[in-house]
Write a protein that binds this ligand. Structure first.
Ligand code: FE2
Ligand code: FE2
Length: 406
């Protein structure tokens, strides 16, 4: 009997010890690996949990085949913490950290946490200092069907480009940002892909819809879920930003506000940074495919700058349809050999609009009632945009040549 009690006590103790040790997955803690302003040497990460970690850390090390790699000397950096109210007014701790001093073109394993609570280990790769070929993923609005339709779009996109350097979502990540369940659903759809592939989110108009109405300022939940560069306009931190990924200058604009100011900022940036390729991502399109929609506000603000600097490609959302333009300049299709800009609208979630029947001749291809994902292949001599429907069928290919003046 005594022996039985001892065994029972040992069992209960081991269960209690085990219970204090938490290993969280990407979805549990909403872990997002986020692009930094210098993806050769630095990467950002954000997460959240119900525990206030005593010493929140990001730990990272060059990826290794060793099973006991975590016993090797680890790099670590202290994360910032913010206390917020979650569902049912419960306290949630939002963390953001960075991994800096990274080596170029190197795979790293990282985890986040502290004490006895840690995430799983994720692996990512830094950018090269040279103009190496690479690919990235672009998706239009996820927003709806986050638990039902969006997972297959994210997974198909990742399967098409498993080595993607980063993944951009052109706004409206969720429909109602003060509904915490929608964020949980988004991170369910993204899962470990969000922990592994650096995220480049764009702010859509739905970031401004909360407390049951359209608001002037974006919901605070948007920034709480990411840790992004603040190198755009000081008044638009983490929603207007840019980074150089090898020979590509990638610029994120916030199409909801301060468009004139951002156009001026963009003009200065593109005059200063002479990248081989220039791609912009913004939510509201310059040329609409959604019925009854018009991109004149966006064209008025950004078209002169886009044309002046011969931007290669503009990635957009908002219209819940698919459309890819011919190369355009000043709103008209350019002649052969002349450099124009290609614009694309897309959607990855379940909400779908009718196509605009008055669409002019600027669109080379359009489609509706389907979910899409896209892979962009960046080479020194060509930029290729592949558009796939969610079932993996190639819908459209466009090959873009570099501008002559860069
Ligand atoms: Fe939108
Ligand atoms: Fe939308």
């Amino acid at each position: 009997m005594y022996r039985y009690h001892r065994l029972l006590a040992a069992f209960l103790l081991s269960t209690m010890l085990f219970a204090t040790r938490l290993i969280a997955g990407a979805e549990d803690w909403r872990i997002a690996l986020c692009i930094s302003a210098d993806p050769v040497h630095k990467m950002n990460v954000s997460w959240r949990c119900e525990t206030r970690l005593d010493r929140p850390l990001v730990q990272f090390i060059q990826n290794s085949p060793l099973a006991k790699f975590q016993n090797l000397p680890l790099n670590q950096s202290r994360a910032l913490v913010e206390e917020v109210r979650g569902r049912d007014s419960s306290l949630i701790y939002v963390y953001s950290g960075e991994m800096s001093g990274l080596e170029a073109q190197t795979a790293y394993a990282y985890r986040v946490g502290g004490g006895e609570s840690w995430s799983e280990w994720f692996v990512f790769r830094t950018a090269s200092e040279e103009a190496e070929p690479f690919q990235f993923i672009y998706l239009g609005d996820p927003q709806n069907g986050l638990m039902t339709h969006v997972p297959r779009a994210f997974r198909a996109a990742y399967s098409a480009a498993p080595d993607a350097a980063f993944m951009t979502m052109a706004g409206d990540l969720v429909s109602v940002p003060d509904d915490d369940q929608q964020w949980q659903d988004l991170f369910h759809a993204g899962g470990w892909i969000f922990g592994k592939v650096p995220q480049v989110p764009v702010m859509g108009n739905h970031a401004y819809y909360y407390q049951g109405q359209w608001q002037k300022a974006p919901a605070k939940q948007w920034r709480q879920h990411f840790a992004l560069p603040t190198n755009g306009l000081a008044s638009l931190p983490e929603t207007n930003y840019y980074f150089l990924y090898q020979d590509l200058l990638f610029v994120v604009l916030n199409g909801n506000t301060q468009r004139k100011e951002q156009a001026k900022w963009l003009d200065e940036l593109l005059s200063r940074e002479k990248a081989h390729w220039i791609i912009l991502s913004m939510h509201q399109p310059l040329y609409s495919t959604g019925e009854g929609r018009d991109g004149s506000k966006m064209r008025d603000a950004f078209l002169p700058v886009i044309d002046k600097h011969q931007v290669d490609l503009v990635l957009q959302g908002h219209d819940h349809t698919f459309g890819r333009t011919f190369p355009l300049k000043g709103g008209v299709v350019v002649k052969k050999r002349e450099k124009g800009t290609v614009y694309i609208n897309s959607v990855s979630g379940s909400k779908q609009y009718e196509l605009e029947p008055m669409i002019g001749s600027v669109f080379a291809v359009t489609d509706a009632d389907k979910q899409f994902y896209h892979v962009i292949d960046v080479q020194p001599s060509t930029l290729t945009l592949w558009s796939y429907t969610v079932d993996g069928k190639l819908k459209d290919t466009v090959i873009i040549k570099p501008a002559s003046n860069r």
